[in-house]
Structure formats: structure tokens, C-alpha cells
Design a protein around this ligand. Structure first.
Ligand code: IMP
Length: 443
């Protein structure tokens, strides 16, 4: 469908609750987009992940890296919700709260934390040290905390706040972990009493912000308020649909918005994906279009592709149409935001992967195994670059012809509308395509 065409007449009036999520392997630039458009919503709710995510938001000369707290917090009067689908490290949360408060943000007045979110403890990080390093996790203990959730022995925020029972629950869990750690030869047993006391202290600090956020959100929606659901990581890191086992441990696709907040799917009106004009991934796992040559290095340097949480260099490669079509199928994307277009400004040719082959055969489906995806050969088409600066352009008509052609090509190949383009990190370095669904959703 060409840019600007709309299959359905959208009415802004009904488009109240929108999911914004990453369509690739994370780091797509969701933070800026959420921050930019959250003005249109009453509430911004995170639905999965933990402090493995890092959303960078630039406001003037101030840079905020938000890991757990939704970027809506930077907008006075907006409610920011940490949903039940997250795993919360209270130490990380409190340090984020403190830096926001130091910048004058009314965190206590704006933040609500789900009483059903799971609590991350130091032993989760210890457990992670024992795992196979091939996945290249962020080493924050996220996976082991979700493991405890799935094993039904995890401790939730409501348990942490329950003064009578928390101590016994914590000790049972921590002792079990210690036994495992000893078996793996990790000595230095932690001082459990000290950790317990520390967490009891955290409990009192977060208590005023904790509530049943599913109820809060559903009541707000019933009262006519609008919610933006903010995803972390991206579809290709989704526990079910991503490049398993090289994935994170939560539902990073749009569907996670419902389970991770307790808002039913029938109350979610639209799904907006964010993707880079190229692709990056951090950590191990298949990456069919990875550019292992000087071009990859060039993109990394120009795009400053280093993890905002871990500082690790990101692997860089070319836009992958089959993966985007897969993401579109899984998430029902209404509109796509393409970020970091300006990073490609200098290139004379831009390869785009339009299909996969295996030997002489076309690969019609995304292989379900990582090994399968590792063996596909991407089929590229090379598009002419524009070799003109696009950084900061804020009107679609002002983009160089070849940049517009590039976007139109991606749109035609993926079948997904590109309704918004980001040409730099600042709020004003953003193009909203006139007449797009995106414009209708956010105007
Ligand atoms: P974990 O989420 O720390 O368990 O890491 C699992 C995989 O997800 C690793 O490949 C990480 O690099 C990746 N990952 C986790 N969070 C992010 C993120 O915010 N951006 C990009 N990759 C991420």
C-alpha cells in the first residue's frame, strides 16, 4: 500500500489505547517515540521486561535513560504504570526514581507499580552467572526472575509489602538459590539477613506507589481515559515468537500488552511498531542480514550503536523484509515508525533483504529454530542512497527523492504503512506522514 493510503477510515475518537513496541531485536528508538506522543494519552504503561531495557530520552540538553519507569513520567500530570508483566529490581527502580526526583519530576505523584509484578533479588543475578553465556544476556538477573515466576515460586511486589510473610518467603527462596550456587562452586554466600533488611527498606519506600494497576487501568479506560502501552525489547526477542533461545524472557510483542497489564485485548485499539531503517541486535543469536564488513562498522559508528544499558557494541545489518513481514503478521501492525533514517545518509547503495534462500530453494517461512535462521542466505536488492543530510528534516516532502523511494520500497515490500520517520534523537527531528493512519491515531 503506498504511503499515505488508508484502508480504513480511522476516527481519533475511538483510538484511545495504543500499543507501541519494537518490531526488531530491541533498541529501535521506542523511547523517543513514546515520549513524543505520550502527550496524547492520559497514561503510559510498561508491560514486560525489567531494567534490561534502556530508553533514552533527550529533552533539550538533558538526557534520561529510563530502564523500568515509562517515559510518560517526564510529562507532568501523566500517570506512568509499571505493569504486572515486569520484573522489578527495587534497587534499580529506586535509583531511577531518585535521579528523576533530582531533576524535579513528581515521581510519587505520577508512578503506579503493580502489586503483581515480580521482584528481582541479588540471587537472580548469581543464578545468571551459572547460565550458558551464548545468549549474551544483560546480566541483570531478568531471566532467572522470570524462571521463578514460571516455576511459581517467585516473590511478587504484594508479597514484599506483606510484612508478616515476606521474611519467610524470602528465606525459603534465597536458601534454595544458595544451595544451587554452592553446588556450582560459587562461594561467598550472601548475607541473607542483610539482603532481607534491605528489601524490607525498599518495600516501605515503594509502598505508597504500589496498587492493583490492572484495576487502575481498566477503571481509567472505563472513565474514558487513554492508555499508551509501552513495550520493551522487540518482537524478535519475544520469548515465544523470537529467535529462541536467543531471546529475552518475556512477551515483547504487542500481545504482551494485554497479559502484562491486565487490560483485555478488546480494549486495545491500535498497534504501532517501531523499527530502524536498518537492523541491530545485541548479544548472540541468528542475524541473517548482519553486515560483518566495514559497512557494519560504519553504521555502528554513525548510529552510535552501543547498548544504553550495557554499553556493548551492537551488531549492525540491513533492513530485513521477511522479518518485518513476520512481525507484521504476529502483531497486526497498523502503522510503522522508521527511526534513524539519517544514519544511512552517506551511503551510495543500501542493500535491503527481500527474501531468504537455502541453496536453490526459496525459504517461505521464518525458520522456527535459530540454527535454521542461521543457515538462510539473504537475497538482497540494492537501492540507491541519497548522500544528502536528512538529519533533522521534519517534513516528508523535504526528504531527498531517494530517501522517499527507500521508504516507499520498504512499505511496498512489507505491506505495512510507514506513518512516521525519525531523522534524529530530538523531538523535532520527526516526520509524521500526512494522511497516514499514524497521523490519525496521534493527532
Ligand atoms: P536478558 O533480557 O538480559 O535476559 O537478555 C536476553 C537477550 O535479550 C540478550 O541477547 C540481550 O542482549 C537482549 N536484550 C535484552 N534487553 C534488551 C534491550 O533493551 N535491547 C536490546 N537487546 C536486549
Amino acid at each position: 500500500m503506498p504511503l499515505g493510503a488508508t484502508a480504513i477510515q480511522w476516527s481519533g475518537l475511538h483510538m484511545r489505547n495504543v500499543v507501541i513496541f519494537g518490531a526488531q531485536w530491541g533498541d529501535e528508538g521506542k523511547g523517543k517515540i513514546v515520549d513524543l506522543f505520550c502527550e496524547k494519552f492520559d497514561i503510559v504503561a510498561r508491560y514486560q521486561g525489567g531494567h534490561n531495557a534502556g530508553h533514552t530520552v533527550l529533552i533539550g540538553d538533558r538526557k534520561f535513560i529510563l530502564k523500568l519507569i515509562p517515559s510518560g513520567i517526564l510529562h507532568p500530570g501523566k500517570r506512568a504504570v509499571i505493569g504486572n508483566g515486569l520484573v522489578v529490581d527495587p534497587a534499580a527502580l529506586l535509583s531511577e526514581i531518585e535521579s528523576l526526583e533530582a531533576a524535579g519530576v513528581d515521581v510519587a505523584g505520577q508512578l503506579s507499580i503493580s502489586n503483581r509484578a515480580h521482584v528481582l533479588f541479588p540471587h537472580h543475578r548469581t543464578m545468571e552467572q551459572m547460565l550458558d553465556a551464548a545468549i549474551g544476556t544483560t546480566s541483570r538477573g531478568i531471566g532467572p526472575c522470570y524462571e521463578d515466576k514460571a516455576a511459581r515460586r517467585g516473590i511478587r511486589v504484594a508479597d514484599l509489602l506483606d510484612r508478616e510473610h515476606f521474611g519467610a518467603q524470602f528465606e525459603a527462596l534465597a536458601q534454595e538459590k544458595e544451595t544451587v550456587a554452592r553446588a556450582f562452586g560459587i562461594m561467598d554466600p550472601p548475607d541473607l539477613q542483610q539482603i532481607r533488611a534491605r528489601y524490607e527498606g525498599y518495600a516501605e519506600r515503594i509502598r505508597p506507589m504500589v496498587c492493583d494497576t490492572a484495576r487502575l487501568l481498566n477503571e481509567a479506560i472505563r472513565a474514558g481515559k487513554s492508555v499508551m502501552f509501552e513495550g520493551a525489547q522487540g518482537t524478535m526477542l519475544d520469548l515465544d515468537h523470537g529467535t529462541f533461545p536467543f531471546v529475552t524472557s518475556s512477551s515483547a510483542s504487542a500481545g504482551g500488552a494485554s497479559t502484562g497489564t491486565g487490560v483485555p485485548p478488546t480494549k486495545i485499539d491500535a498497534v504501532v511498531a517501531v523499527a530502524k531503517a536498518y537492523v541491530t541486535r545485541v548479544g548472540g543469536g541468528p542475524f541473517p542480514t548482519e553486515a560483518l564488513d566495514a559497512m557494519g562498522d560504519r553504521i555502528r559508528e554513525r548510529g552510535n550503536e552501543f547498548g544504553s544499558v550495557t554499553g556493548r557494541p551492537r551488531r549492525c545489518g540491513w533492513f530485513d523484509v521477511p522479518l518485518m513481514r513476520y512481525a507484521a503478521m504476529l502483531n497486526g501492525i497498523d502503522s510503522l515508525v522508521v527511526t534513524k533514517l539519517d544514519v544511512l545518509d552517506e551511503l551510495d547503495k543500501i542493500p535491503v533483504c527481500v527474501g531468504y534462500r537455502c541453496g536453490r530453494h526459496e525459504v517461505a517461512e521464518i525458520p522456527p529454530t535459530s540454527r535454521g535462521l542461521e543457515t538462510v542466505e539473504p537475497v538482497y536488492e540494492c537501492l540507491p542512497g541519497w548522500q544528502t543530510a536528512t538529519a533533522g528534516i521534519s517534513r516528508f516532502e523535504d526528504l531527498p527523492e531517494n530517501a522517499r523511494q527507500y521508504l516507499a520500497y520498504l512499505e511496498n515490500r512489507t505491506g505495512v504503512e510507514i506513518g512516521c520517520v525519525s531523522t534524529g534523537p530530538e523531538r523535532n527531528q520527526t516526520i509524521v506522514k500526512r494522511g497516514s493512519r499514524f497521523e490519525n491515531l496521534f493527532s
